[in-house]
Design a protein around this ligand. Structure first.
Ligand code: ATP
Length: 240
């Protein structure tokens, strides 16, 4: 593959006080790829995603995005580089309507595309169109996840980062979410970095993936390679 690198994490160490949550992590995401990070509870998956967004910052190592060193950049500057994050727990605005949530996601630079982008989101997630005047807090878990993703997409991101998009969702709803991610990637070339505990779904969807154990990457490969790997199967795919 000769695609250009969009995100590069090099030797990153992140600490909470004196607890080292990331112990020298290397990850690369190329333009147009879906890359996933799998690992058990507490492995450091969310910490890596947050470190990429600048809070907490890496103590050592580097984070490069689209050719720029963003390791020490403040979070609000990083967001302006069009890295969109849909954090674990969804965090939509519960008192605002679906439509207003989407308005909050659109950046000032993209106002002229607003109507067009809202229509795209409604085509991707017809449920959101039906619910557009309903408050976010009244939506089901799956609909809130759709809204969180749609809101992130309203910023027209170069990179969409998703933290546990299937967490707490019924299998059928998770399937819809993963299908939407696949569609966005295939039709629009959207680059996606995905953190998931549902290793099977993540590996099936991803071009490449990394396994994180106790703050270190222990394995990487194509989604298909890791799906077939006996260690991955034993640890993450067979209820182990
Ligand atoms: P989960 O799937 O449960 O979210 P994770 O792989 O995303 O797990 P992290 O949340 O990144 O893991 O946590 C990595 C390690 O850092 C864990 O040992 C966790 O207890 C610790 N940790 C996370 N956040 C903090 C914090 N704010 N202060 C101190 N330690 C933290």
């Amino acid at each position: 593959m000769t695609a250009e690198t969009l995100l590069k994490v090099e030797g990153v160490e992140t600490f909470y006080g004196n607890i080292r949550a990331l112990a020298g992590v290397d990850v690369e995401v190329k333009k147009g790829e879906i890359v996933s990070l799998i690992g058990a509870n507490g492995a450091g998956k969310s910490t890596l995603m947050m470190t990429i967004c600048g809070s907490p910052q890496a103590r050592t190592g580097k984070v490069l995005f689209d050719g720029q060193d963003i390791t020490r950049m403040p979070t609000h500057h990083i967001a302006r580089l069009r890295i969109a994050q849909s954090p674990e727990g969804r965090r939509i605005f519960p008192r605002m309507t679906v439509y207003e949530n989407l308005q909050m996601g659109a950046s000032l630079d993209n106002q002229k595309f607003f109507q067009e982008d809202v229509e795209k989101m409604f085509t991707l997630f017809p449920r959101l169109k039906e619910r557009q005047f309903q408050r976010g807090g009244t939506l089901s878990g799956g609909e809130q996840q759709m809204l969180a993703i749609a809101r992130a997409l309203m910023a027209r991101p170069k990179l969409l980062m998703l933290d546990e998009p299937s967490l707490g969702l019924a299998p059928l709803v998770s399937k819809q979410i993963f299908a939407a991610i696949k569609l966005l990637n295939e039709q629009q070339g959207l680059t996606v970095f995905l953190v998931e505990q549902n290793a099977f779904a993540a590996l099936k969807l991803s071009h490449r993936a990394y396994v994180l154990v106790n703050g270190s990457i222990t394995m990487s490969g194509s989604g298909a390679e890791l799906l077939a790997n006996p260690e991955v199967r034993a640890a993450y795919l067979e209820g182990g």
